[in-house]
Ligand binder design. Structure first.
Ligand code: ADP
Length: 407
């Protein structure tokens, strides 16, 4: 009985069934944000290498198996998987392989079946071990990079706090405790790591590394947002206007946030206008504004739809609106929504873990820098619409207008 050929014939079925099982597993959350190709990764090649192992006539392709497993671990680390999710993926692949090959296996003699299952299990154990090894190494590398980044940003922050007293000192106060703990813990990990030849890839170790990384990334996000605000307020931001294809730029943003909307079953639509095709603006800044507004719309909406549309507003202005059917913003909060660090904490709303209250403050400043304005219409329980109105042609400025009139 040639199980090797049976496995080769069914590679596509196994991959499809496995991806379906991974997406249906509610404990592999990270996969829901990936494309089919992103999840599939090198599984077909691994299955082919496994088929060679099963073949009695060909030399087993252990090199491919090892190399692809290492690549898989690195990729999963970069995609943000935690160790538990990887373990579940492998549990599912084992299950799917045996389920799909069941018909063929039942036709073999007991000795043939024993040999095939022993080889499949050995190959899978090898893959899991290699994958975890490279996963841990990637995580440790990330930790080391993050620590270096945090040290640098901390230096910049300290310098800024000395220069400006208000928001920065409030922020510095909030940052002190978590920053010290992250730097301390990651230092300890990395020092232990350097003393050991072998990477310690126990689940507890991995969990602790992940916890440090998660808080580190969150903190870095907060620091970077705060620094962005101070750079604006210090007048250190310039514009680089160029002719920009509006529809292309917005579609680019939507592609990035689409998995977030899909994960919450939210419809995401864009209505393009032929009256506005190319505008002269700073594409990076515009992208930042739209990304912020759409991400907020997704974050604060549990069901319904997010709609983007843009059109000509006046002969020399265009407007883009982002509407959601989310929780809405109480009228008393609307006046303060663009203030730095302001977060709506009314009624039963819970503050999201990754909230900084800086996103809209940055959007407000960016829109002003682009010589435009932002308007908000919102009703609690119904939804919100943020509309940004911008000139069709942004003028290049040397001096940031916010410098003279801080908000
Ligand atoms: P963050 O979301 O990080 O807290 P933002 O400055 O982006 O910071 O938003 C400030 C506050 O405005 C948020 O805490 C949230 O309560 C509210 N908010 C922003 N966008 C929306 C939205 N589309 N729907 C409802 N509330 C929103």
């Amino acid at each position: 009985m040639d199980f090797s050929q049976a496995l080769l014939n069914k590679v596509d079925v196994i991959v499809d069934e496995w991806i379906k099982a991974v997406l249906e597993d509610d404990q592999i959350e990270t996969a829901r944000e990936l494309t089919y190709k992103g999840i599939r990764d090198s599984l077909p090649i691994l299955l082919q290498a496994m088929a060679t192992m099963l073949s009695e006539s060909e030399d087993s392709d252990i090199t491919t198996l090892v190399q692809k497993s290492l690549e898989h671990g690195t990729l999963r680390a970069q995609q943000g998987y935690d160790a538990e999710e990887i373990a579940r993926e492998y549990r599912l692949i084992r299950w799917v392989i045996f389920a799909v090959l069941e018909e063929e296996l039942l036709k073999g003699t007991p000795a043939e079946v024993m040999r095939a299952s022993r080889l499949i299990n050995t190959a899978l154990d090898e893959i899991v071990a290699r994958c975890f090894k490279s996963y841990t190494q990637e995580r440790l590398q990330e930790l080391e990079d993050l620590q270096n980044q945090l040290k640098l940003t901390n230096q910049e922050l300290t310098r800024l706090v000395r220069a400006s007293k208000d928001n920065m000192s409030q922020l510095a106060h909030e940052l002190k405790t978590p920053l010290t703990s992250i730097i301390g813990y990651s230092d300890m990990f990395l020092r232990q790591q350097r003393q050991q030849q072998e990477v310690k890839d126990s689940t507890r170790n991995l969990e602790s590394i992940e916890r440090v990384l998660r808080s580190g990334r969150q903190l870095l996000h907060l620091i970077n947002d705060a620094l962005e605000i101070s750079r604006f307020d210090a007048g250190k931001m310039n514009l680089h206007p160029v002719p920009t294809d509006v529809c292309g730029l917005i579609n680019g943003v939507l592609e990035v946030v689409e998995p977030l909307a899909r994960a919450k079953n939210l419809e995401l639509t864009l209505r393009c206008s032929s009256a506005v095709e190319t505008v002269v603006t700073d594409p990076l800044r515009l992208q930042q504004v739209i990304t912020n507004l759409v991400s907020n719309a997704i974050r604060y909406t549990e069901k319904g739809a997010i709609q983007l549309q843009y059109a000509l507003h006046s002969p020399d202005q265009w407007g883009i609106s982002v509407s959601d059917t989310g929780i809405g913003i109480p009228s008393e909060a609307q006046a303060r929504i663009f203030d730095p660090y302001y977060q709506v904490a009314a009624g039963d709303r819970t503050l999201l873990a990754d909230s900084t209250g800086l996103g809209l403050a940055i959007v407000f400043r960016l829109v002003k820098l682009m010589q435009g304005k932002i308007e908000l219409v919102s009703e609690v329980g119904v939804g919100s619409t943020f509309t940004v109105i911008l000139p069709l042609e942004v003028k290049e400025i040397e001096e940031n207008p916010l410098k003279q009139s801080a908000i």
